[in-house]
Design a protein. Structure first.
Length: 108
């Protein structure tokens, strides 16, 4: 079928973003980070469409180095971090959250 009713050219933008990150940190297994992705299409006038994309799993490699990217500009900062250092940071945030939560209110 080649006929398209009310076909009109559109202007806008399309990009991929990560709305959710899941860290599967099972006991006795190598952690896996899964990036859930979506394609965002902006069609002007504030109209935005979002379409899920297949998730992208990344097995943990503590020695793997990752360039640090500025999330506002998309430009490399010149710094790098290993997955092991990132794991330690996420672990530290978890401990801080648990410690604060346990001090402020009991778990249910």
């Amino acid at each position: 079928m080649s006929f398209k009713l009310n076909q009109q050219p559109v202007a806008g933008e399309s990009y991929v973003r990560c709305p959710q990150v899941v860290i599967d940190n099972r006991l006795g297994r190598t952690p896996v980070v899964t990036f859930h992705r979506e394609q965002v299409i902006g069609l002007g006038g504030g109209n935005v469409q979002r379409y899920p994309l297949p998730p992208r799993p990344l097995p943990f490699d503590s020695a793997a180095s990752v360039p640090v990217i500025n999330p506002e500009t998309g430009e490399p900062t010149g710094a790098t971090i290993t997955q092991g250092e990132l794991y330690a940071l996420v672990f530290s945030v978890f401990i801080a959250a648990e410690t604060t939560l346990n001090e402020e209110e009991p778990l249910q």
